[in-house]
Design a protein. Structure first.
Length: 376
């Protein structure tokens, strides 16, 4: 393993996101697993005192609130139940983190975000600035999705992807997902005893994606291995390593350092801040399907011209984020469109010099400019 990845397990990475899932933090009877949590907080505080800056992404509000309200199905029977459980549980959750961190001499801060907070550029920058200031003050932020106001249509839905997006906003070096499973396996280890743990993923491809299942092993959380691989795609694309390790042991970070057991997704080359934000977006307004010539041109860093586009779908406006897909449907890039969907549909397949004749007096000659595009 390279020196940088060895440092990922130890204390070398300057900024790290630690995500804690519901099934690790809350027992099946709806109570906080305080003894286990104390061991994790002690590890986090020790790293903090050693100079590492950490951000905690913590699930558990719905599970805690459901217990206190006596709601069925862990508070997830309806959206209204989940929102009510989150509102009650979040107070308890933040209080526990603040109490345990204070006992270690560290101040905690609560940050609740929605999907829109990180999908809209200005609000994303505001969140980034807040995280930067808190870390500079020596505070450990504890982040969760604001499930009390999130809807089915506008939400992260799992804290794995939230952790990756927070890592982007904080310009972190690495993300650690504490899970009820100790990494990515070649098959579901609960079903196939021959499944093997994959210690290192150099690149997320169709083979890696096919190994992930969407089920949550505990039934308590909202994510599964599929959400973790998607989080890894976001993190590695932003230049962060991401690891999935077991949280089913006391002092899980220390155990990881000692054993090395887990799955590390190796970071790609870090992109510019704006392109990192684009690559990590979870909501897009449309899709442009391009031909093979355009695929090659985009790989060389060119802008997307109308002539290379075969089809357009979605109801988008100029400045909205769209996916750019190869002929086989694979998304190869993402960017800000220069045209509304109706106008784009009229000019696709045409040469740039024909745009003015088709639409009238138009100054723009590209559908997506390379400065506003990231190749995935």
């Amino acid at each position: 393993m390279s020196e940088s990845l060895t440092g990922f397990r130890a204390n070398v990475c300057g900024r790290i996101i630690v995500k804690v899932g519901s099934s690790l933090l809350v027992s099946k009877d709806g109570e906080v697993r305080r003894d286990w949590l104390k061991t994790l907080v002690a590890e986090i505080a020790a790293r903090h005192r050693a100079g590492q800056r950490l951000i905690i992404v913590s699930s558990g509000s719905i599970a805690l609130g459901a217990r206190r309200l006596g709601l069925a199905k862990g508070g997830r029977a309806t959206l209204e139940d989940a929102q009510a459980a989150a509102a009650v549980g979040q107070i308890a959750l933040s209080g526990i983190w603040a109490e345990l961190l204070q006992a270690e001499g560290v101040a905690a801060a609560q940050i609740l975000v929605t999907l829109d907070d990180l999908e809209h550029r200005r609000r994303y920058l505001n969140a980034s600035a807040t995280l930067e200031r808190l870390l500079g003050l020596g505070v450990i932020p504890v982040v969760n999705e604001n499930d009390s106001v999130a809807t089915e249509e506008i939400r992260f839905g799992d804290n794995d992807r939230l952790a990756a997006r927070i890592g982007q906003a904080a310009q972190a070096d690495a993300v650690v997902l504490l899970s009820d499973i100790d990494g990515l396996y070649t098959a579901n280890p609960h079903v196939d005893p021959a499944a093997e743990l994959i210690p290192m993923v150099e690149r997320i491809n169709a083979r890696i994606t096919s190994m992930a299942t969407a089920e949550s092993a505990s039934g308590m959380g909202s994510g599964g291995m599929a959400s973790k691989v998607e989080a890894a795609r976001i993190a590695t694309g932003a230049g962060m390593h991401l690891s999935i390790i077991s949280g089913r042991v006391d002092a899980p970070l220390t155990r990881w350092v000692q054993s090395g057991r887990g799955t590390i997704f190796r970071a790609d080359k870090r992109k510019t801040a704006r392109k990192t934000w684009l690559a990590g977006r979870l909501t897009v307004r449309g899709t442009l399907v391009v031909d093979e010539g355009a695929v090659a041109a985009l790989a060389r860093g060119r802008s997307l011209l109308p002539a290379g586009v075969k089809g357009s779908s979605g109801d988008y406006r100029r400045g909205d984020v769209v996916n750019i897909a190869a002929p086989d449907g694979a998304v190869i890039a993402r960017g800000l469109t220069e045209f509304d969907a109706d106008d784009a549909a009229r000019i696709i397949g045409h040469r740039s010099e024909d745009i003015a004749a088709i639409l009238g007096e138009v100054q723009r000659s590209v559908l997506v400019h390379r400065d506003h595009m990231v190749v995935l």
